[in-house]
Design a protein around this ligand. Structure first.
Ligand code: PHE
Length: 473
């Protein structure tokens, strides 16, 4: 414990609030926004899904983002160390986050590798063979290529994390995130100026609630957690590099705002093109890798758009996967005093080997399943996104709402006057360690505090638990 504390004092920090926001938004903005969100919208009734997503985001996602970052900034340590400071009995919650990190990073960089291949393909032989379904299948089922691209993607990941918080993660996020926004705008303008794109815009903005089922809501909850990088300690770790002087509330809420804008913009960039070229909006996961390249191939300036689109995907995937890695690395640095270089190297090597079975899940190992009927890749995705992240969210709300420093609670304080009669009666929330952390020891305003407390204590754990149980059965 003592060594944990001395470590906390010498910890690196973001050089600016902007640096933190770019890094944390970089973690949130990823394949979840550019790949999953548009196809979920396409498959779940257009804006009906968007409406449900935004409600869940607002009432559950945003409050939990604040809670997770608060624990990190309070602890100034990795997930295990920070939860341990709240109560030594809670270390396992942080440990579960690290395990989730390992699972996520076993499959996420595999997709990063596919993106590298598509980028390469866009440069060298774009549009030569228009059968993108075949290109996708033959690439992902090849026994060696996906491992090579996984390796290259992992090396990029490794280099950024090895350079450290300020010189690696922050520096590269500050370049890649703004670049990503510009590229996304260029692609959006290009597709909106296609003939027939208006149908796609209508599809996005006209809700079709007949497509909404229980499954839609499950998908939306899973997506909120996955897209916000919530529930596994990535935001906690980034929060642990925040200075005690920063305005935690303001910095935290910019993350879901940027994340949602990018998801919506990506949908507006993709759906109109799908309609303009009369493709199927409900194509599912293959939307980005099969439908979109086929569209680019028919579009004026298609090669250019394809190159910049996959560059965008690459940046988004990198800034997310470095945040999965950082939690594990910071644990080894804080707890076992490893040097950053050693810790990153060790984690990167383990992760690369963990990734290989996932990379082979579409070819050599396609008949191997971990969960019934699911390939290794799909099982890892399901366990992490649909089980461990929401479960992490439930634990987060229980820890903050009920356990940390006596939990969030309301008290009536009666001050008696000299005669012993009640004099001043004040009702208020007890400013425990959690609320003091968010408000910088009571010096900052915390807007919507009572609503936040109500959600953290009651709404978030109950709603997520209900959906979670439903999901399992
Ligand atoms: N939020 C990332 C995305 O949208 C994925 C992610 C999940 C990153 C969990 C870190 C932790 O792609």
């Amino acid at each position: 414990m003592e060594s944990d504390l001395s470590q906390a004092k010498s910890r690196s920090h973001w050089s600016s609030t902007f640096g933190f926001v770019m890094a944390a938004a970089g973690s949130a903005v990823g394949l979840g926004n550019l790949w999953k969100f548009p196809y979920l919208v396409g498959a779940n009734g257009g804006s009906a899904f968007i409406v449900i997503y935004i409600i869940l985001l607002f009432f559950i996602g945003v409050p939990l983002v604040i809670a997770e970052i608060t624990i990190g900034r309070f602890g100034q340590l990795n997930p295990v160390g920070s939860f341990g400071l709240i109560s030594p009995r809670l270390k396992w919650v942080g440990g579960m986050g690290l395990v989730t990190g390992f699972i996520l990073i076993s499959f996420y960089p595999v997709v990063g590798g596919w993106i590298l291949y598509y980028l390469y393909h866009s440069f060298v032989s774009f549009g030569e063979n228009p059968d993108y379904a075949q290109i996708f299948t033959s690439y992902t089922s090849n026994p060696t290529y996906p491992i090579i691209t996984l390796f290259i993607f992992s090396v990029l990941n490794y280099l950024i994390v090895a350079l450290g918080v300020e010189k690696g993660i922050e520096k590269y996020s500050k370049i890649m995130m703004p670049a990503l926004l510009v590229i996304l705008l260029v692609v959006t303008i290009r597709t909106l100026t296609l003939n027939g794109s208006w149908e796609g815009v209508k599809f996005i903005f006209h809700p079709d609630f007949s497509k909404v089922t229980g499954k839609t809501i499950l998908a939306a909850v899973g997506q909120v957690f996955f897209s916000l990088s919530l529930g596994m300690g990535a935001l906690l770790t980034y929060g642990s590099y925040l200075s005690k002087k920063d305005n935690l509330f303001k910095s935290s809420i910019s993350i879901p705002i940027i994340d949602t804008l990018v998801a919506l913009l990506a949908t507006i960039a993709i759906m109109p093109a799908v309609f303009a070229f009369k493709f199927e909006p409900a194509a599912g996961p293959s939307l980005i890798f099969v439908t979109l390249p086929a569209i680019f191939a028919q579009m004026p300036m298609g090669t250019f758009i394809s190159v910049i689109f996959f560059t965008l995907m690459l940046f988004a995937a990198l800034t997310s996967s470095i945040s999965m890695l950082e939690g594990l690395v910071s644990y080894l640095i804080d707890r076992w005093h490893w040097k950053r270089f050693t810790a990153t190297t060790a984690v990167a090597i383990v992760i690369f080997f963990l990734g290989i079975p996932c990379a082979l899940s579409f070819g050599l190992l396609k008949d191997v399943s971990v969960l019934p009927g699911k390939t290794i890749f799909d099982s890892m995705d399901f366990i992490a996104s649909n089980i461990l992240l929401p479960f992490g969210g439930i634990m987060l709300s229980i820890c903050v709402g009920w356990i940390w420093d006596g939990g969030l609670r309301y008290e009536t304080i009666i001050v008696k006057n000299q005669k012993g009669n009640p004099d001043v009666v004040t009702n208020g929330y007890v400013f425990n360690s959690c609320l003091r952390e968010i408000t910088n020891q009571g010096t900052l305003n915390f807007p919507f505090m009572s609503a936040w407390i109500f959600i953290i204590k009651w709404v978030a754990p109950i709603v997520v638990l209900a959906i979670f149980i439903d999901n399992l059965y």
